[in-house]
Ligand binder design. Structure first.
Ligand code: COA
Ligand code: MG
Length: 233
């Protein structure tokens, strides 16, 4: 398993267009449809990041990379069942995880939202109680931990929000490992929370035995430079 992070920098329109030349047509369409430039950049960098990783790890050409999506929209690499990946982006970050089994990642920028109402209405009762059981200073941060853990689980399973958020519960009691109970059944998934940067929460959910502690940080300009040097066509 490897976890990667890119801190987002601005890209000018011309470079953005050039970089869209050698990516999947549906990704290009998605990027074109975004109105917000930051959304375009985040999605583009996610695509370039996973393409660069695949080219390096599997020694295949960029043009031979074929992605599919399952019926809930989870992208996967066709013909390479041991190359599982998942991407998440929020504000200044794009993160990506690769593994030989199904994997999920979520990053969120912490915003001062009405977490108690959201947790009450959308999380399980025990998750809600866990959050409001914290001292006031910690509640927002714990809310985001649960949020990203839940999202990482949904993304690992690959079924999106077709999994009702209240049908499963993240159990993160003190010294014990973080676990998930789904429809009253304990699942095998393991989790890890990362404090990647102040003001962000990130979580990874895996079906393996271990989650790496290490985040490989890649500079956006180096990523783009190296990608541009590849045999793209
Ligand atoms: N399963 C796993 N990964 C998926 C996916 C799915 N069903 N559908 C898309 N993805 C991947 C894609 O690579 C996508 O990247 P792209 O937009 O550049 O193509 C990436 O996940 C987006 O992840 P993230 O940045 O974390 O987006 P999100 O948090 O807005 O949405 C979803 C994640 C789409 C998988 C889905 O769970 C969702 O719509 N969530 C809404 C948020 C919410 O209500 N969360 C409650 C959590 S408690
Ligand atoms: Mg997310």
């Amino acid at each position: 398993m490897k976890i990667y992070a890119v801190k987002i920098l601005d890209i000018n329109e011309e470079e953005l267009e050039d970089l869209c030349l050698f990516i999947s047509p549906d990704k290009k369409l998605k990027i074109n449809r975004y109105i917000n430039k930051q959304d375009k950049i985040r999605t583009l960098i996610g695509e370039i990041l996973i393409r660069s990783i695949i080219v390096e790890k599997l020694k295949i050409k960029n043009k031979n990379i074929v992605f599919g999506t399952n019926k809930y929209g989870k992208p996967y690499l066709k013909d390479y069942p041991l190359m599982n990946f998942n991407i998440s982006h929020s504000s200044e970050f794009v993160v990506c995880v690769i593994d030989d089994k199904s994997i999920g990642i979520d990053i969120e920028k912490v915003k001062h939202i009405k977490y108690d109402d959201i947790a009450k209405n959308f999380f399980s009762l025990s998750e809600f109680e866990y959050i409001i059981g914290q001292t006031l200073d910690f509640q927002l941060s714990k809310f985001y931990e649960i949020w990203t853990l839940k999202e990482s689980y949904i993304k690992c399973c690959g079924q999106g929000l077709s999994i009702p958020l209240q049908s499963f519960s993240i159990n993160m009691n003190q010294s014990e490992k973080i676990k998930v109970v789904h429809n009253n059944k304990h699942n095998e998934h393991i989790f890890k929370i990362f404090d990647i940067q102040l003001g962000y929460k990130m979580a990874v959910c895996s079906l393996n035995k271990d989650i790496s502690n290490n985040i490989i940080t890649i500079d956006q300009n180096s990523l783009i430079n190296n990608y541009s040097k590849l045999d793209l066509e």
